[in-house]
Design a protein around this ligand. Structure first.
Ligand code: LLP
Length: 428
């Protein structure tokens, strides 16, 4: 359930008509609903309330500090994958001892920053990374709290670009090598083994892959404990899928996911870390865009809108489906009509949806691209010299711009002409 609903034929974010935000900030823009974030966090947290679980929101899904801060105030920790995300989480008020630092390619500087902040856990994904972390922690005179991310070789059944738990993927240490890697880690003076981590992919809409991965994890914990390692914490990753509207697969409920966790690893006496991203924020955002032109093609009609693939990359990159709805509801008199909704970027991939039923829309109308709270604004680029659109958060009848529009002049201010070109221009 989300808080983007029609009232009197106008799509609202909570109590605010999206038209009013469009007037205030221009289009395109992202709008997030604080009530939806809150609801999704509570449903997820309630599902795990009888387990010793810390919910570390995966900041990569939406790194806006207003989003992180909303979740942090409800009790969420954070899962971060870069020094930048660490800074965002700390800035938004997440206590360092509720932050997990994950990621396959941490730099020495990022490790030092994580240790200086005092994060709860660093998830290590390779032996060379373990060796470097041992050195960096040793230099600082501290021990790094480490979980090794194990690749369980389980097919998450999701899009190939977002599956991570197969042996062919770059992530984690092969589970068959865990015995050796933990033995190496135990021998390193500045490494403190605290647990094991897994994460098998994203937008997973079946529970079986989770069950398979967690059962494998269970066996691994028994083996590692038999080897003498103190495994006190299991990081179960994120990945729970969500419905993307009419076309999407139904997604499991958090309580059914929690039941799988309970049944597979609930009795191991471990503290648990969960790293949900999409399931908390995905349905808490929309991208609002204005129709620039209606165009009749030979085989179909196009609605050319002012948002583009640089603003929301998911359809172009993963053929992802996002529902697209008019901000002003069609009235009964409008004829049924279908359009391809496309952006102005010079690529055919710049298509948000094909043959979408959008009765009665015309030039100047606003459309909302739904389920744009996760992996949307964070994946934006400035391609075609289109700078970054604003993000707005709504809370009841109030709204606030939580990231200003970044304009082309902001980008140009960071560019310069090299001296030899400048000299040529001066006639030199
Ligand atoms: N933990 C780790 C280690 C991860 O790599 C990820 C996501 C998560 C947690 C959160 O997963 P979630 O609960 O959000 O599924 N850009 C893609 C999704 C990439 C996911 C990357 N890792 C998309 O737009 O679908």
């Amino acid at each position: 359930m989300d808080h983007f609903q029609y009232r009197d034929g106008r799509l609202h974010a909570e109590d605010v008509p999206l038209e009013r935000i469009a007037e205030a900030v221009g289009t395109p823009f992202y709008a997030y609903s604080a009530a939806t974030l809150t609801r999704h966090y509570r449903v997820f947290a309630d599902a795990f309330s009888d387990l010793p679980a810390t919910i570390c929101y995966a900041v990569k899904a939406n790194g806006n500090i207003a989003v992180i801060g909303t979740l942090a105030r409800l009790g969420a920790g954070a899962d971060v994958v870069s020094g930048g995300e660490l800074k965002r989480a700390l800035t938004a008020g997440v206590p360092a001892n509720r932050i997990v630092f994950s990621g396959v390619g941490k730099t020495a500087d990022e490790m030092a920053a994580a240790l200086a902040a005092g994060v709860m856990q660093i998830n290590v994904e390779s032996e060379p990374e373990l060796a470097l972390l041992n050195r960096i922690a040793g230099e600082r005179g501290v021990r790094a709290p480490v979980a090794v991310r194990i690749n369980p070789d389980v097919d998450a059944g999701t899009h190939a670009k977002i599956t991570t738990g197969l042996s062919e993927n770059k992530f984690g240490v092969e589970w068959t090598r865990a015995h050796q890697v933990y033995a190496d880690a135990a021998a390193m003076p500045a490494i403190e083994i605290v647990g094991v981590a897994v994460h098998i992919g994203s937008q997973i809409t079946e529970l079986t892959p989770f069950r398979d991965a967690y059962l494998r994890l269970r066996d691994l914990v028994a083996m590692l404990r038999a080897d003498g390692h103190p495994i006190a914490r299991l990081d179960l990753g994120g990945g729970l899928g969500i419905p993307y509207g009419d076309d999407g697969a139904p997604a499991p409920a958090p309580e059914d996911y929690a039941a799988v966790v309970r049944a597979t690893v609930g009795d191991l006496g471990c503290d648990l870390i969960l790293e949900p991203g999409r399931v908390l924020v995905g349905n808490a955002g929309v991208l609002v865009t204005r129709v620039l032109y209606m165009k009749e093609g030979a085989t179909r009609g196009f609605a050319i809108v002012d948002a583009a693939m640089n603003d929301l990359l998911r359809p172009a990159l993963y053929e992802a489906y996002h529902a697209i709805v008019p901000v002003r509801e069609a009235d009964g008199a409008d004829e049924p009509a279908e359009f391809d909704v496309v952006g102005p970027v010079c690529e055919t991939g710049d298509t948000f949806g094909t043959f979408r039923p959008l009765r009665g829309i015309g030039t100047g109308d606003l459309l909302a691209i739904r389920t744009a709270g996760a992996y949307a604004a964070v994946m934006a680029s400035a391609y075609n010299a289109r700078a970054l659109v604003p993000e707005v958060m709504v809370n009841g009848d109030a709204f606030a711009v939580v990231r200003e529009r970044i304009v082309v002049d902001d980008l140009l201010a960071r560019e310069s002409v090299p001296p030899w070109l400048a000299a040529a221009e001066d006639g030199g």
